[in-house]
Design a protein around this ligand. Sequence first.
Ligand code: UT7
Length: 319
Amino acid sequence: MKAKIIGISSYLPSRVVTNDELSKTLDTSHEWIYSRTGIASRHVSAYDELTSTLAIEAAKQVLEQSEVRPGEIDAIIVSTTTGDTRFPSCACKVQGAIGASKAFAFDVNAACAGFIYALAVADSMMKSMKLKNVLLIASETLTKFVDWTDRSTCVLFGDGAGALVLQSSDDETSGIIATKLYSNGDEEKYNSILSHNGAQNDYRGYITMAGRSVFKYAIEYMAMSMHDILNENNMTMNDIDWVIPHQANRRILESLCKMKEFPLEKFVITTENHANTSSASIPLAMRDAMYRGIVKKGDTLLFSALGAGLVWGSAIIRL
Ligand code: UT7
């Protein structure tokens, strides 16, 4: 059995904030932000536009596109690190809104690597529980969690959601080929790198980050997981049509390719207009690349991401 992607959609808040707009209230400039990150603008959710709002919009679109009725969904998995509330989960809010009465629903939180974690969970549950249709959504509103006076972090993030329908199939020629996950919660070494700056139960804290360390670990660990997953599946980069990485920052991806000898021309990069949308960034980039006719049916894709924890991983799929 293979879990196939039979539909993909995305939803971006309508408000676009450019670097020039940010530089009106912050001591920054388009040149500084663009040269260091490749980001020119980001979508920013309205006050009442929540992570579940984005997820529900993306879910409705993908169900329509894949011609799957809400009642045919067996499970809803939402990857998010910015859920509207600690509980109920964002996935349950989606379930209620779309009327997926027979589905079970839960969230996965693996920060910026959450989409790959959720994909691995969906793949293994579809096999072990014999599920037919899974709605997998990655939805994030990181702009609600940044300190808009901290120029070193607020310029980096944006909001958005991507949704997929995964369907089990006996056709082995396409679908999820492999997933590989890693974590390292070594407190002393990593926990201060990218953390939510609240007291333990203070949900209002802001994102803090040691940018240079994140930059370094992103290159090392994404390269490691990409090499591992290729080797373990007897594949090389020649077998991969497109790499769709977590879209944290163009410069990280360029350095990854230069230092670890990956072909930059195979990388889908959408940081310019999306910025870093955490776990939503891979499905957003994939939807964008498919919409523009770059990524096509039959292509073999390699996903890779690293996020706070640290958590990281890769996945290989054939469309
Ligand atoms: O999902 C993972 C998410 N994380 C990331 O994507 C971040 C990875 N890290 C990076 O991409 C880079 O470290 C940054 C883009 C965040 C920062 O670039 P950098 O070249 O590492 O800059 P820095 O933090 O070392 O700061 C250099 C200078 C500092 O000024 P001083 O102390 O040298 O006077 C900062 O205050 O740049 C200053 N700076 C800014 N200047 C203008 C920091 N942010 C800004 C800004 N505009 N937005």
